[in-house]
Design a protein around this ligand. Structure first.
Ligand code: 1HE
Length: 257
């Protein structure tokens, strides 16, 4: 991957992936979407967690509207599928991804954020789906992922009325798991990524790959998949060492929040 609008920096076990197209509010051109796909597909094997950040005052303004051209139905379908493939690499890539949100998280920017595993938003963050007023529809997986965060009713309202959620209301609605003071989203995301990187790799794998699939299954199938995943995770030497460390008084206790 080598794209002028995307930067990859490896800080020990954490990959920091940054959209660097601040002058255009990190609008996602086709080239940038493909670079995101390639970056998450080819993260160094030493990386255990990633942070996704955007340069400048806004996380991401969504689809690069200057590239929105006349497409026939087939071309439109392929364009959407290209986004799906790229954001699938974010969600189902090798490591958990923590998005550091600030300013505009709109349209395709919200679709990108919703493909991440944890969202940390600072107080300047706002969420919108302007597709509704631009005469288009979501195409980057938003109709699948966003209702899982906030429910289909809220998403319908956002697209029908152009409603914008501010950072506080957005956190309450379920867009972000963390709300932090202005300018601190990246630091908090990095802190969380370092913590996530300490987990047993199979636990992280189970959370990224098994949990969302179990959530889609019937209860009966879900219980069975859970049992398979639990058996595999428990059998890893890493799990045995961690349990032994706790029993020997060498691991942290859970502390009251
Ligand atoms: C852009 C884009 C863009 C900014 N594509 N160039 N997304 C939207 O409908 C959101 C459109 N953007 C905005 O509403 C605003 O730009 C923001 C609220 C994000 C930021 O406002 P502001 O005042 O800080 O910046 P600005 O002056 O509007 O923009 C700065 C520059 O970025 C300007 O270019 P310049 O050459 O005049 O300096 C803007 O044209 C450019 N810019 N956003 C292209 N989105 C898979 S389907 C997904 C479908 C969608 O995502 S639709 C929603 C698209």
């Amino acid at each position: 991957m080598n794209h002028p609008d995307l930067q990859l920096e490896v800080r020990d076990e954490v990959a920091v992936v940054r959209l660097t197209r601040g002058a255009k509010r990190n609008a996602l051109s086709d080239g940038l979407i493909l670079a995101l796909r390639d970056t998450f597909e080819n993260l160094p094997a030493t990386v255990r967690a990633a942070v996704l950040d955007g340069e400048g005052p806004h996380f991401c303004a969504g689809l690069d509207l200057s590239e929105l051209k006349e497409r026939d139905a087939g071309q439109g379908l392929q364009h959407s599928r290209m986004w799906h493939a790229a954001l699938e690499r974010v969600q189902y890539g090798p490591v958990p991804v923590i998005a550091a949100l600030h300013g505009a998280v709109v349209g395709g920017g919200l679709e990108l954020a919703s493909a991440c595993h944890i969202r940390v938003a600072d107080s300047t963050t706002f969420y919108a789906l302007p597709e509704g007023s631009r005469g288009i529809f979501v195409g980057g997986g938003g109709s699948v992922r966003i209702p899982k965060l906030i429910g289909a009713a809220r998403m319908t309202d956002m697209m029908l009325t152009g409603r914008v959620y501010n950072a506080e209301d957005g956190e309450r609605a379920g867009f972000a798991q963390y709300l932090v003071p202005e300018g601190t989203a990246f630091d908090k995301a990095l802190e969380l990524a370092r913590r996530v990187a300490q987990n047993a790799p199979l636990t992280n794998y189970a959370l990224m790959h098994a949990l969302p699939r179990i959530a889609e299954q019937t209860a009966d199938h879900g219980f069975f998949t859970e049992a398979l995943m639990a058996g595999i995770a428990q059998s890893a030497p890493d799990a045995k060492e961690r349990v032994r460390a706790f029993l020997d008084g060498k691991a942290d206790k859970v502390r009251k929040a």
